[in-house]
Design a protein around this ligand. Structure first.
Ligand SMILES: Nc1ncnc2c1ncn2[C@@H]1O[C@H](COP(=O)(O)OP(=O)(O)OP(=O)(O)O)[C@@H](O)[C@H]1O
Ligand SMILES: [Mg+2]
Length: 261
């Protein structure tokens, strides 16, 4: 059984790409086979996994029917670059435009335990394609007063996808990222979200740290660059695997957590 997860947010810079790549790092270390799908024309995720910007074919070719998803996957990455912006426009005029990714991924997804899709920072056609192709939706929200608004908008889109094209879509949860819980501001944002969405909010909070920018720049996983921070994503992976009901991988992830002091 494979689980396909769309990682999305209505806003930019909420840690989507960081979440996809770091969860992929943790899952792979727990011996899960992981496919990451870059659905952002910015190509940040592909960059992180060292896919050259002129790689071909990419997800853009897959979406317009020029290539099969299998042909575009390199080392567990289905990459994107700026050509995806054009492909999105071309897709907009087609029949079944919301179903294209779902159809394209069907064959390839079953070769993996987990498929993680990194959405662009808009709730447009690419994000809709991800939600229609997904089994689960994971929202990232920055720990700020405005987080709620973004979560509400993304929630509305998820409900639309469930009502229409993908009734089996399930919530995985909402994770608060780039949080400094020493500030009242971040703590209030968290309380506010908890009141609003209850159990959907993951207990794990991804703390803000400059180490993430450094690790992205160096192309080194946060798990190696700064294990004391990487531990946040190990805790998130643990919660995610609990919700996905994958106990074997969860045991391996738990073993990566430092022993309680
Ligand atoms: N926990 C964190 N603490 C501090 N900085 C972070 C954290 N997580 C990510 N960042 C940094 O914040 C920036 C945005 O992160 P990221 O690219 O993951 O967000 P995104 O939601 O994918 O952005 P976009 O919407 O543009 O695709 C990056 O420079 C990243 O290194
Ligand atoms: Mg991103």
């Amino acid at each position: 059984m494979s689980a396909t997860i769309a990682i999305l947010s209505q806003k930019g810079g909420t840690g989507k790409t960081t979440t996809v790549r770091t969860l992929a790092d943790v899952f792979r270390r727990a011996d899960l086979s992981v496919l990451v799908v870059d659905l952002d024309p910015q190509g940040n995720l592909s960059d992180y996994f060292d896919v050259p910007p002129d790689a071909s074919p990419t997800i853009a070719d897959v979406l317009v029917g020029r290539a099969k998803a299998k042909e575009a996957v390199v080392n567990g990455v289905l990459p994107a670059n700026l050509t995806l912006a054009e492909a999105e426009l071309a897709l907009a005029g087609k029949m079944g435009r919301e179903l294209t990714l779902r159809r394209a991924l069907r064959e390839v997804a079953k070769d993996y335990d987990v498929v993680l899709m990194d959405c662009p920072p808009t709730l447009g056609l690419l994000t809709v394609n991800a939600l229609v192709a997904a089994d689960y939706a994971l929202l990232t929200a920055e720990a700020q007063y405005f987080a709620m608004q973004g979560v509400d908008q993304a929630t509305a889109l998820i409900e639309l996808a469930k009502d229409g094209l993908n009734p089996d879509l399930e919530w995985l949860g909402v994770v608060l990222t780039i949080a400094d819980l020493r500030t009242t501001h971040s703590r209030e944002a968290r309380e506010n979200l908890r009141e609003h969405i209850g159990d959907r909010l993951f207990d794990t909070v991804i703390r803000a740290s400059i180490a993430y920018a450094e690790s992205a720049e160096r192309g080194v996983s946060i798990l190696d660059h700064k294990p004391a921070r990487g531990v946040d994503y190990i805790a998130l992976a643990d919660e995610v695997l609990e919700r996905l009901k994958m106990p074997t991988a969860r045991r391996k992830v738990k073993a990566m957590l430092p022993a309680p002091a």
